[in-house]
Each structure stands twice: as C-alpha cells, then as structure tokens.
Design a protein around this ligand. Structure first.
Ligand code: SAM
Length: 251
C-alpha cells in the first residue's frame, strides 16, 4: 500500500540501532496484517527521547518490520508548557473521549482521579485495566496527530493525593463553576514564570465543598470559572486546555 500520508510510529530507544529501527509487537502485526504495508513504504518514527526519523521499510522478518533511517526529522509538535490533567473519573465512554482529545491538545500526562461524587465504581483490577485502555487510546491519538511524545496515563489516584503533587506545579487551576474568578486574569497575572500547569476537572456530579476547601488551601492553586454555563466534564477539560494554549500562544 503506497501511503499518501506519512504513517507515524513510536519505538523504545533500544529499537533504534544506528541506521536500523526494528518495529515489533502490536505495531509490527498491524503494519503487516491490517495496513498491509510493503517494502519501500516511508514512515515517521519517534523514539522515547523524542528523536524523529524518516524511514523506509526494508524487510519483514519474524514478525518484525525492519526499517532503514533515511534522515532525522526536525519535528517538535509538543507544547512549550507542560499541562497535567487531573480528571475526575467520568463515565467510561467520556473518559475515552477526554483522553483522546486531551492528547490531541498536547497534554503532558493524565491523572485519573477518584473523588467523592464519582459515580463509576472501579476495583483495583478494574483500575489497572482502564489505565491500560486509556494509555492505548492516548498512544493512538498521539500517532494520529503526529505528536513526538505519548502522554503518560498515571494510575488512578484519590483527590486528596493531588495535595502531595501540588509542589510539582507552578500553578494548579481547579475548574469550579461556583467561583467566578476569571481564568484570563489568573493566567495573565501568572504568565511569566509558568512551565508546569496542573488542571483539575470535576466529575459529572461536581466537586464536594470539602474537596474545594482541601485544594484551595495552597498558594499556587486557583479556582477558575469557565463561563456562566454548566459544562459537561468532557467539555470543561477541552475548554480549559484550549484556553491555556491560546493564552500561552501555543496555537
Ligand atoms: N455542578 C455541576 C452541575 O451543577 O451540573 C456538575 C459538575 S460539571 C457537570 C463537571 C465539572 O466541569 C465541574 O466539576 C467543573 O470541574 C467543570 N465545570 C463545568 N462547568 C464549569 C464552569 N462554568 N466553570 C468552571 N468549571 C466548570
């Protein structure tokens, strides 16, 4: 199949060996069985150190796809600022959607959060399986939008665990419909020295007052409004990420 668009794959650093890259596992199977790629096909391959290579397929051998590096590609499709999404667990199709859209919007990593009003119930095994699923969704979305980095989907945490992570961030924005603080004002005031932003989005049932109180005790945590309407949780995530990208001239 002679591709029109340049297909994108991600590999581990150890799969890159001087001029050769070996694609293995699911990706190799997909290339042969589904995409039916042929020798000579040109691909775009990024390793864990975010090096991107233009490659051509030279051989299919023992369920591996052997590619030859043609040239390094200067490609940096990542945001300059790192945004971590603390997303309270929503119904599963919504979580899939949120993970996919947040990946397309350049999110750095995602913490699925179990909070008081989360309606979905997950046991430990269920949490592990869901995180694996969301990680696969994020990888596919990263390929589709030609990112040079696959966001990490973290293990599910409790809302109170965010408190231990607060020092990691220059600023944490909690999307809270009962607070009318202007997002624009907060971002414009803080814009200079921000590299790492955390954003916290509530579940369908919203935040419990005690959760807002817990988060709002920190100096670098700000409650922000996303306007006068009540947004669905998936809309709120996309809206907040997009507004941050706009304010930081990432788009
Ligand atoms: N309290 C909401 C209600 O009355 O339906 C339920 C929560 S809303 C569906 C889901 C989440 O989206 C909220 O917890 C909040 O994080 C975010 N959100 C929705 N609308 C918002 C707004 N206007 N301003 C800030 N955050 C908002």
């Amino acid at each position: 199949m002679k591709g029109i668009i340049m297909l994108k794959f991600f590999v581990k650093n150890e799969q890159v060996n001087e001029e050769i890259i070996e694609i293995i596992g699911q990706d190799a199977k997909h290339m042969q069985k589904v995409l039916r790629l042929e020798v000579g096909e040109i691909l775009n391959i990024t390793d864990e150190s975010r090096n991107t290579y233009k490659c051509s397929i030279v051989e299919f051998k023992d369920e591996k796809v052997i590619c030859n590096i043609l040239e390094n590609v200067e490609e940096d499709n990542e945001n300059k600022i790192n945004i971590s999404l603390f997303q309270c667990l929503a119904k599963f199709d919504k979580m899939d959607y949120i993970i996919q859209k947040a990946t397309e919007l350049g999110i750095y990593d995602v913490y699925p959060v179990s909070s008081k009003r989360v309606v979905v119930k997950l046991d430990e095994k269920g949490k592990v399986k869901k995180v694996e699923r969301w990680q696969a969704i994020s990888k596919e979305a990263a390929k589709q939008c030609k990112r040079t980095y696959i966001p990490e989907i973290k293990n599910v945490i409790f809302l109170k665990d965010i408190c231990n992570l607060v020092p990691k961030y220059d600023i944490i924005l909690v999307a809270y419909e009962n607070d009318k603080s202007s997002l624009k004002k907060v971002l414009q005031e803080m814009k200079q020295n921000i590299q790492n932003i955390g954003i916290v989005i509530g579940p369908e049932g919203g935040f419990d007052e005690s959760e807002i109180k817990l988060l709002n005790q920190y100096e670098n945590v700000y409650l922000v409004s996303l306007g006068n309407r009540i947004l669905r949780t998936e809309t709120a995530s996309i809206s907040l990420i997009s507004n941050i990208l706009y304010e930081f001239d990432e788009i």
